[in-house]
Design a protein around this ligand. Structure first.
Ligand code: ZN
Ligand code: ZN
Length: 276
């Protein structure tokens, strides 16, 4: 019989086995692409500042997100739907439930992408304001923005962000099977928008978030930051007036204001919001 600690060890192991080959693949792809099309030429990603910090997040974040997501799904089913038995729980989530699960899988996947991106757009704007910024400042603390910086998120930012949004949509009935292609897409796409590439994708810049689009988001206020909040679809920024991609210009510097003094190591960063 398996126990909770054993299950956690198993989830950690399974997640690691998945991450290693994906990481090697992404490293190869972005090494080649940024050799030819760097947005900010100078140094390759493996010589970026705080590389060890980014690698720690890269492996820690998927494990944390997966364990918390499972916990919230179990809790949500118990509290909202009064489901407590393991068999019932599996049947409930296995292929989704209710009207949304009746849609073809591709439509559920598309709905998942659009609905989650809409919610994440507003959560992202919320994290840029007032009491929430200190958590999100961690993500913005990368001064050398590279594909490997994509996972640098404080756990509070992850919790009131992708994790909660995923759980809401799965509880609403969308089949977890959509994750078979939504998961790889979001992993690749988030690494892509953080990659050191000068790609704007021409007219497609209005359809899909690109490296230049997201790099503008990581610049200072004076350079044009506080724009481009969408994760996947720039449509939200166009609709709500926060889209910014100046023609013929590329973003140059990234990071938070020097007076915010975000630590460079992961331990200090995790503690940072609680010391403010
Ligand atoms: Zn941001
Ligand atoms: Zn980012």
């Amino acid at each position: 019989m398996s126990t909770l600690p054993m299950e956690v060890v198993e989830v950690v192991g399974q997640t690691m086995i998945k991450i290693v080959p994906v990481t090697i693949g992404l490293a190869l792809v972005f090494t080649v692409l940024s050799y030819f099309w760097a947005c900010n030429p100078g140094r390759p990603w493996w010589r970026k500042s705080e590389l060890v910090t980014d690698i720690c997040y890269w492996f820690f974040v998927p494990v944390f997100a997966r364990i918390v997501r499972i916990g919230l799904l179990v809790l949500g089913a118990a509290v909202v739907f009064n489901i407590h038995e393991a068999d019932e729980l599996i049947a409930f989530y296995d292929n989704g439930h209710g009207p949304l699960a009746q849609l073809p899988l591709w439509a559920q996947g598309l709905l998942f992408l659009v609905a989650s991106d809409f919610m994440l757009y507003w959560l992202h704007r919320m994290f840029h304001g007032g009491g929430f910024w200190k958590y999100h400042a961690i993500h913005h603390s990368s001064e050398h923005l590279e594909w490997i910086s994509a996972a640098r998120f404080h756990p509070v930012n992850l919790f009131i962000g992708t994790i909660t949004v995923d759980v809401i949509l799965l509880m609403a009935g969308i089949s977890p099977n959509v994750m078979l292609w939504v998961g790889p897409f979001t992993t690749f796409h988030s690494a892509f928008v953080h990659a050191n590439l000068n790609w704007t994708l021409g007219p497609l810049k209005y359809v899909l978030a690109t490296p230049v689009f997201h790099r503008w988001h990581h610049t200072s206020l004076e350079e044009g930051g506080d724009t481009n909040f969408a994760g996947t679809f720039p449509l939200w920024d166009i609709l709500f007036g926060t889209f910014r991609m100046p023609d013929g210009q590329l973003p140059e510097s990234y990071g938070v204001d020097a007076d915010q003094k975000v630590p460079t190591a992961i331990g200090g960063q995790l503690a940072y919001p609680f010391r403010q």
